[in-house]
Design a protein around this ligand. Structure first.
Ligand SMILES: NC(=O)C1=CN([C@@H]2O[C@H](COP(=O)(O)OP(=O)(O)OC[C@H]3O[C@@H](n4cnc5c(N)ncnc54)[C@H](OP(=O)(O)O)[C@@H]3O)[C@@H](O)[C@H]2O)[C@@H](O)CC1
Ligand SMILES: [K+]
Length: 511
C-alpha cells in the first residue's frame, strides 16, 4: 500500500489511461463497479434505497455511474446533482446521458430550500467532491454537507468525504462525516490524520487496477511501515553469537512514584534483543527494579555526600556512570524535571555522542532548554506525544502543521522524530516521513510510550541503525499491541501486556 497526493493519483490515472490503455470513462466504470460491489456485499439487502449526492466533477461522475449500477441490481436510487454553474466534466456528462433513459430519479438542487429530506433507512452516497477539492466549502455546498451530516442515515463517501482536502488538514472547515469512505487504489495523506478520523469513518481501499509500474517513477511524500519493510530490516541472531555482540544499553528512568515507567521500559528493552541492559535509577528505585526485572543490572546513582539528601534518593541526579561502555542510552520514562535531573540530562548530552532515545520528561527538559537541541547526538530518536511535541515546537493549528514542524526539526537537527498517535509519524533526518500502520486503540493507555522507548533502545543497542530501529520499533510496538488485544480484548490490555507480546510480533515477522 502506498500513500499518494491528489496530484500523484491524478497522474497515476493518466498513466494507466495511456499505458494500459483504457479510456477515462472505462476506468471510472471500474471504480464505480468496485464501489457497487462493496455496497452490495457489505450493506444488508434490506437497506436497498439510495440517495446519491453528486457534484459536477469526476467524483460526481462516479456517483452517476454507481447510481446506474445500483439500479441494475434492483436498488431504488435517486440522484441529487448540486448545480454550481459549470456544465460538468466530460465523464460527468457521459454518465448523466447513460443514466437518463433509466427510471432513476434525477433531481437538480440549487438552493437550500430545494434540498431533499432523506427518509429513514435510505443510504446516502456522498459523491459531491473527491480529490479535486481546492478550497474550503461554502455556500450551497456547505449547506448540503451540513444537511447530510445532520441526517441520521448512514453516509458512504466516494474517494474522500466531500469538503476534506486530500493532502493536508482541513480543520477548522467542515466536511461530510461518513460512516465509510471507499477510496481508490491508495491512501491519501489526509486519510492518515487522526483529526480526520470522524470524517472518514471506516476506510476501505478499492483496487481499481491502476498500473503498478507507475510507482517506479513516483517519489511519495509519505511512506508506510508494514510487514515487508520490517522483514527487510530484521536480522537473524547468529548461532555463534554471544551476549557481547548485541551491545550493552543504559536506561535512565524512574523517580519516586514512577518506577513503573522504568520497569516497563526495561522489560520492553530486553524483549528486543540487547546483550546487556543496565538501568540508572534513583536510590529508592533500586530494589523495585531488581525485583521486577532481574535480567537487568542496576547502576547506583553516585550523588556526592554534600548533595545527598532524602530528596536526591527519589530522583535521578549526581554523577553519571562511565558512558563509554554503552552502545546506546534511553532516557526519560518517569524521570521528572527536578533540577538535579535537569543537570544530569545536560551532562548526558555533553558526554554521550552516539544516537540515543529521548522520551517523556527528557523531552520536557529539552522543551525548557531549547538551546540543547543543536547538541543532541545526531540521529537520536525523539518520541513525543502531541502535548510533548507542542511543548517542544509550539502550538500547531492542525496536524499537517505539526507534521511539517517535525519534518523540519528532524532535518535541521539531524534527528528522528516519532510523533506518537493512531498512525504514528516517523520523520527522518534525510527528509522522508513514514506513517505507521500497526496498532490499535487498546494501546491508548499510560505506559505504552515507556514500552516504545525501551524497545527503541533495545533495537539501537542490538545494532540496528537509528532509521531501522525507528521503523522496526514503531511497527513492532503496534503489532505487539494488536497481538495483546487479540488475546486480552481492547479494554484490558496493559502497557506491560504490549511488552509481553513483543515476542509474538517478532515471531510473526520472522516466520
Ligand atoms: N478517470 C478518472 O479520471 C478517474 C477519476 N476518479 C474520480 O475523480 C475524482 C477527482 O475528480 P476531479 O478531479 O474532477 O475532482 P472532484 O473531486 O470531482 O471535484 C472537482 C470539482 O469540484 C469543484 N470544487 C473544488 N473544490 C470545491 C469546493 N470547495 N466547493 C465547490 N466546488 C469545488 C471544482 O470546481 P472549480 O474548482 O473548477 O470551481 C470541480 O468542478 C476522484 O476523487 C475520483 O472520485 C475515479 O473515478 C478514478 C478514475
Ligand atoms: K466524495
Amino acid at each position: 500500500m502506498v500513500v499518494l497526493t491528489a496530484d500523484q493519483v491524478r497522474a497515476w490515472d493518466r498513466f494507466t489511461i495511456q499505458h494500459e490503455p483504457i479510456s477515462s470513462i472505462n476506468l471510472m466504470e471500474r471504480a464505480a463497479k468496485c464501489c457497487t460491489e462493496w455496497l452490495c456485499t457489505n450493506l444488508p439487502s434490506s437497506q436497498s434505497s439510495y440517495y446519491i449526492f453528486c457534484g459536477k466533477g469526476n467524483n460526481g461522475a462516479d456517483g452517476l455511474a454507481i447510481a446506474r449500477m445500483l439500479y441494475e441490481v434492483d436498488r431504488q436510487v435517486d440522484v441529487f446533482i448540486l448545480e454550481f454553474g459549470s456544465s460538468g466534466t466530460a465523464e460527468f456528462q457521459q454518465n448523466l446521458q447513460r443514466l437518463h433513459p433509466l427510471p432513476v430519479g434525477i433531481h437538480y438542487i440549487q438552493t437550500g430550500s430545494g434540498f431533499p429530506i432523506v427518509p429513514p433507512g435510505v443510504i446516502i452516497i456522498d459523491a459531491l467532491l473527491g480529490t479535486g477539492t481546492t478550497r474550503p466549502v461554502e455556500g450551497e455546498m456547505r449547506a448540503l454537507i451540513e444537511l447530510i451530516n445532520a441526517s441520521p442515515n448512514p453516509t458512504i463517501s466516494i474517494d474522500m468525504p466531500s469538503g476534506l482536502f486530500a493532502d493536508q488538514s482541513t480543520i477548522p472547515f467542515s466536511s461530510v462525516r461518513a460512516a465509510f469512505t471507499l477510496t481508490f487504489q491508495c491512501l491519501k495523506p489526509a486519510q492518515l490524520l487522526a483529526e480526520n478520523a470522524a470524517a472518514i469513518g471506516d476506510l476501505q481501499v478499492m483496487d481499481i487496477g491502476l498500473l503498478p509500474r507507475y510507482l517506479n517513477q513516483v517519489q511519495p511524500e509519505y511512506e508506510l511501515t508494514g510487514k515487508t519493510l520490517s522483514q527487510s530490516i530484521i536480522r537473524p541472531r547468529n548461532n555463534f553469537s554471544h551476549k557481547g555482540e548485541f551491545g550493552h544499553a543504559l536506561l535512565l528512568a524512574g523517580s519516586f512514584g514512577k518506577m513503573g515507567a522504568a520497569v516497563l521500559a526495561a522489560r520492553a528493552c530486553l524483549r528486543c534483543g540487547p546483550g546487556l541492559l543496565s538501568c540508572f535509577v534513583p536510590e529508592k528505585g533500586i530494589s523495585i527494579m531488581q525485583m521486577a526485572v532481574p535480567e537487568a543490572m542496576v547502576v547506583r546513582s553516585t550523588n556526592s555526600d554534600h548533595e545527598k539528601t532524602n530528596a536526591n534518593d527519589e530522583h535521578l541526579g549526581g554523577d553519571l556512570p562511565p558512558l563509554h561502555q554503552y552502545q546506546t542510552i534511553g532516557c526519560g520514562p518517569g524521570i521528572g524535571t527536578n533540577p538535579a535531573t535537569v543537570q544530569l540530562f545536560k551532562e548526558l548530552i555533553a558526554n554521550f555522542r552516539k544516537p540515543m532515545v529521548l522520551d517523556a520528561d527528557a523531552l520536557n527538559i529539552l522543551s525548557q532548554n531549547q538551546d540543547l537541541f543543536p547538541s543532541l547526538p545526531p540521529f537520536s530518536i525523539l518520541t513525543p506525544h502531541p502535548k510533548e511535541f507542542e511543548r517542544l515546537a509550539g502550538k500547531s493549528a492542525n496536524e499537517t502543521e505539526r507534521i511539517n514542524k517535525a519534518r523540519e526539526l528532524a532535518k535541521k537537527h539531524q534527528l528522528i522524530f516519532v510523533l506518537k498517535g493512531h498512525h504514528s509519524l516517523i520523520a527522518m533526518p534525510g527528509g522522508s516521513a513514514y506513517f505507521n500502520m500497526s496498532g490499535n486503540a487498546s494501546m491508548a493507555k499510560g505506559g505504552s510510550g515507556d514500552v516504545l522507548t525501551g524497545m527503541l533502545t533495545g533495537l539501537l543497542c542490538r545494532g540496528y541503525t537509528p532509521e531501522q530501529a525507528a521503523l522496526l520499533g514503531v511497527h513492532l510496538h503496534g503489532l505487539a499491541g494488536e497481538f495483546a488485544s487479540a488475546d486480552l480484548g481492547m479494554e484490558s490490555v496493559l502497557a506491560g501486556d504490549i511488552s509481553d507480546h513483543i515476542a509474538k510480533a517478532f515471531i510473526y515477522l520472522t516466520s
